[in-house]
Design a protein around this ligand. Structure first.
Ligand SMILES: [Zn+2]
Length: 156
């Protein structure tokens, strides 16, 4: 499953990427003109996720794959997607910021980020992942634990 998300679904977009789903947000595309029209007519290999009922109805009418998100909070939105078979889990293979695939960094790449961001060189001992586009490192740190905790809450 691949997704296109509307501007209302920023946090959900992040969680889909964390979970390994290829997810494009309309907010990341520089669409000239009407965004609803764009989402209706483009990237049709992706399921459109939207909170907009009017857009949802238009999509249904025109046979565009679409799923209406009803909940306002991200945990509720994730539960709605679980019902259509989306599995939320911590997969380290996609950048949560830009949707690019992650890979292992070279030592030089890791060091460059560590120095630029003022991180400790002890980081080199961790298992690291790297986004080439954002030049950003990912690792299973404290943030990871918070995310696991949040996921368990969503599953309850
Ligand atoms: Zn990135």
């Amino acid at each position: 499953m691949k997704f296109l998300t509307d501007r209302m679904l920023g946090k959900l977009t992040t969680w889909l990427r964390i979970s390994g789903y290829d997810t494009v947000s309309i907010a990341d595309l520089n669409v000239e003109g009407d965004e609803d029209e764009f989402m209706l007519k483009n990237l049709k290999d992706r399921i459109l996720l939207t909170k907009d009922r009017t857009l949802y109805r238009k999509c249904v009418k025109q046979g565009r794959d679409v799923f209406l998100i009803e909940s306002n909070d991200v945990a509720g939105q994730m539960r709605e997607l679980t019902r259509i078979g989306v599995k939320f889990r911590l997969v380290m293979d996609r950048c949560s910021v830009c949707n690019s695939e992650l890979r292992k960094p070279s030592r030089d790449e890791a060091l460059e980020v560590i120095r630029r961001e003022g991180l400790s060189e002890d980081m080199l001992d961790f298992e690291l992942w790297y986004c080439e586009k954002c030049r950003k490192l990912y690792w299973m740190g404290g943030h990871w634990k918070n995310m696991s905790r949040f996921l368990r809450k969503v599953e309850d």
